[in-house]
Design a protein around this ligand. Structure first.
Ligand code: NAP
Length: 255
């Protein structure tokens, strides 16, 4: 029998970028703890496959096509999610990324495209979901997927690292402003996790070896390693835990 504090039965979780990698791991965690799950992503085939996977775990699940960089699409996707499930209890702003590029050759457009995805996307998602949570009353949970890259240097991904640091600052600010509404706001900082986005790094032998050498757990993380923290941060177990940045990195940052 599961501990009642971690029981998500009757709760609704939303995961942006929930059709792949870390987001799908977060969504699977919520589904296994009894939540209904909405995933947002742009790719229809990946959305459909994710819903099938979540349904196979016994969850009620639905996907909504949404590019989180578009204000109109985020507003519409929140409305669609609420029309389907009636409420959103926990929102994981996880959609994100940013390709490596030499800093000296980085164009303003490249820089801004990463800001649009990681910062604007989270801003729009949190703002629209918070409107619902405040109006509904009864509290809620917001979680951003940051990265250990906000702490360590990320050569050739300065735009990415800067946005992830911005997310951690954002969650601290929101945690203070919305505490009176019983909304807890935190960030997850994954270490090196095996997802479609990190395949090129895994195939780069020298870098792969360096990562394994510095990770006390001596392995890459997997999306399943994110399931537990998703349940904790979406549940009553984390009711007095807010404004924090939580590393899930196999010890990479302490070694
Ligand atoms: P992934 O498997 O490539 O997943 C990225 C997800 O984001 C996909 O579901 C993708 O779906 C969605 N997405 C991308 N652009 C989007 C947009 N404009 N609007 C809506 N959805 C969008 O990558 P991942 O490694 O799991 O990354 C997930 C998050 O974890 C990112 O924020 C990333 O920065 C962070 N992270 C990853 C690692 C790691 O080692 N993997 C480490 C630290 C942090 P569609 O393509 O269908 O839109």
């Amino acid at each position: 029998m599961s501990h009642p504090l971690f029981d998500l039965d009757g709760r609704v979780g939303l995961v942006t970028g929930g059709n792949s990698g870390i987001g799908l791991g977060l969504a699977r965690g919520l589904a296994k703890a009894g939540a209904k799950v909405a995933v947002w992503g742009r790719d229809a085939a990946k959305n459909e496959a994710a819903v099938k996977q979540l349904e196979s775990l016994g969850a009620e699940a639905a996907a909504f096509a949404c590019d989180v960089t578009s204000e109109a699409q985020v507003v519409a996707a929140v409305a669609d999610t609420l029309a389907r499930f009636g409420r959103i209890d926990a929102c994981f702003a996880n959609a994100g990324g940013g390709l490596a590029s030499s800093f000296l050759k980085m164009s303003l457009e490249e820089w801004e495209s990463v800001l649009r995805l990681n910062l604007n996307g989270t801003f729009l998602t949190f703002r629209e979901v918070l409107k619902h949570m405040v109006e509904r009353g009864g509290g809620g949970k917001l979680v951003a997927t940051s990265s250990i890259g906000e702490i360590c240097g990320m050569p050739r991904q300065e735009h990415y690292a800067a946005t992830k640091a911005g997310l951690s600052s954002l969650v601290r600010s929101l945690a203070v402003e919305f505490a009176r509404h019983d909304v807890q706001v935190n960030a997850i900082l994954p270490g090196w996790i095996d997802t479609p986005a990190t395949k090129p790094v895994q195939e780069w032998a020298a870098l792969n070896e360096q990562i394994l050498h510095r990770t006390p757990a001596r392995r890459w993380g997997t999306p399943a390693d994110l399931e537990g923290i998703a349940v904790y941060l979406a549940s009553d177990a984390s009711r007095f835990h807010t404004g924090d940045t939580i590393r899930i990195d196999g010890g990479y940052m302490i070694f």
